[in-house]
Design a protein around this ligand. Structure first.
Ligand code: NAD
Length: 520
């Protein structure tokens, strides 16, 4: 039996958005699953309780989705009709950006600057997808016979969307908008640790006229609700963002059903400084690339390669600038590095740093929790730079998902490429140099889905995003991001009237008679 929570501070203004309800098949109701306590990571305080969805809800939501795409006319609607609804949702997200930002900062600890940007990005995703949808075309392909051949696309039916806690509203939009655009229903399973903005997105979609049943939101544990969703026979596609081990497991579940899956997974991205780089820009960009979101970013540039000729200088600058980063609650607009998602995750990060030190790493800056008593109750960890190890060290192989980077020297381009590509992952990478020929060479040689040049951690919904190796399978964003929620169909239309070889003799004879076109 859970006790009432008396909202205070920022929670008061948000309490109307913290209703203990999940969204199943077009209706809001208290979940029948376990109680999720959501915690403000800046204070350690439980600010809301939510009854999770259940495996039964999964079945109901999927079946409702199957019906809704047909009965509401969504599947058959013309692209511009679906686009109109998506556009309204995008506009409404923009109008509600302050609410979404405040809710997400409360739930995840991210800074208001970051959560505002994520809310705007989610709005931009719905608006972009609406426009892109109206420009997608079927193809009349070059025919190899007396037929018209048309390559067309159709929705897969019901899409399972499973997301992590680090950038909720943006990762929801990145999946839900194109999946709906393609004519599908979506059953979304947000993370138990940060379910609130996904539920708010569902309220907005409902208010803006998305037909009932097309979107269900089922917060709950991955091992029960998530697993049942992926395995459900009525689900036709999985789109998953999360850890590599979870993604690998779900790929097997999807493979058993012969179901397509898009997997956006972890990373251990290199960010590279050549001796001719603008070092002021590079240092600021590197710190932003690894320490914003407290390092809880799949593309965090956590392996910092520096050309040996400038290694000591760059490391000194990085250490000095890291020491001056402002650590604090996400609600303070001056904060650059907020708390981590939970205390237990913070403790895991600390344990990985301790293990790195035991393996020979030196802590150049950070390496512990802040001493400021005002931060004592939050899940904080200081931005940390480690040195003294090479790229084979565990801390260079495994994703930390926290504010921890390692500096590594390199000699020439060949040495750099060999080290940077020596990883199980292949998500992002960064190059800091003024030499355009080198940019071209190195960008092509790096094994990564995204290469940033003299910038880092920028996002554009119109540009494809993908990981290779253990960083994922499939592409999100861009026009092809909508296609990934469709399956292709080819249509052959006979234009000759000629019978096929096995047709009866009479049919051949009839066909040989001259046609009378006078009444056609
Ligand atoms: P996670 O894999 O633990 O969980 C992700 C989601 O999967 C959650 O909703 C969780 O409840 C669900 N889940 C867990 N086990 C499941 C199961 N057996 N069946 C179905 N669903 C299950 O990851 P996390 O800790 O929430 O997120 C951090 C990870 O996400 C990091 O590895 C990070 O790199 C990755 N990530 C990748 C991208 C990208 O685009 N490549 C973006 C953000 C985060």
């Amino acid at each position: 039996m859970s006790t009432e929570i008396a909202p205070r501070g920022a929670e008061l203004a948000l309490s109307h958005l913290l209703r203990d309800e999940v969204f199943v098949a077009g209706s809001w109701r208290t979940g029948a699953g376990e109680v999720i306590e959501t915690v403000d990571p800046a204070s350690g305080r439980v600010f809301a309780r939510l009854h999770a969805a259940t495996v039964d809800d999964v079945d109901e939501a999927v079946r409702a989705g199957q019906r809704a795409v047909v009965e509401s006319g969504w599947r058959a609607a013309a692209p511009h009709e679906r686009a109109a609804v998506l556009r309204r949702i995008g506009d409404a997200i923009l109008r509600r950006a302050d609410d979404i930002s405040a809710l997400q900062t409360l739930d995840t600890g991210k800074t208001v600057g970051e959560t505002t940007a994520l809310a705007r990005s989610a709005a931009g995703t719905f608006l972009y997808v609406a426009s892109a949808l109206e420009t997608l075309e079927d193809q009349v392909t070059p025919s190899r016979g007396p037929w018209m051949t048309i390559a067309t696309w159709e929705p897969v039916g019901v899409v399972a969307s499973i997301t992590p806690w680090n950038s909720p509203i943006a990762s929801d939009a990145q999946k839900i908008a194109p999946a709906l655009a393609a004519g599908n229903a979506v059953v979304a399973k947000p993370p138990a640790w940060a379910p609130w903005v996904t539920l708010l997105l569902a309220r907005i979609a409902e208010e803006e006229g998305l037909p009932a049943g097309l979107l269900s939101v089922l917060p709950g544990p991955g091992r029960t609700v998530g697993e049942a969703l992926v395995a459900h026979p009525g689900v036709g596609k999985l789109t998953f963002t999360g850890g590599t081990s979870t993604g690998r497991h779900l790929a097997h579940v999807a493979a058993d059903k012969l179901m397509p899956a898009t997997l956006e997974l972890g990373g251990k991205s290199p960010t590279i400084v050549f001796e001719d780089a603008d070092l002021t820009q590079a240092v600021a960009g590197i710190l932003y690339g690894v320490f914003s979101s407290s390092g809880q970013s799949c593309i965090a540039g956590s392996r910092i390669f520096v050309q040996r000729t400038i290694f000591d200088d760059v490391v000194a600058r990085l250490v000095d600038a890291t020491r001056r980063l402002r650590v604090g609650p996400g609600t303070d607009p001056r904060t650059q590095v907020g708390p981590l998602i939970t205390h237990s995750h913070r403790d895991q990060v600390a344990a990985m740093v301790d293990a790195a030190v035991a393996e020979g790493a030196q802590v150049l800056v950070g390496g512990g929790i802040p001493l400021d008593p005002a931060l004592a109750d939050g899940a904080y960890y200081l931005p940390t730079i480690l040195g003294g190890v090479d790229n084979s060290a565990t801390i260079c192989r495994e994703e930390v998902f926290g504010p921890v980077a390692v500096v590594l020297p390199f000699d020439g381009e060949d040495d750099l490429i060999a080290q940077a590509n020596d990883s199980d992952y292949g998500l992002a990478s960064g190059i800091w140099t003024a030499d355009y020929r080198r940019i071209h060479r190195v960008a092509r040689a790096l094994v990564a889905g995204t290469v940033y040049v003299n910038t880092y951690k920028q996002f554009s919904i119109s540009t494809p995003f993908a990981g290779v190796r253990d960083s994922g399978v499939g592409v999100e964003k861009g026009r092809e991001g909508i296609r990934s929620y469709m399956r292709q169909k080819s249509v052959y239309i006979d234009l000759s009237g000629e019978p096929l070889p096995w047709a009866a003799e009479e049919a051949r004879a009839a066909c040989a008679q001259p046609h009378d076109h006078s009444t056609a």
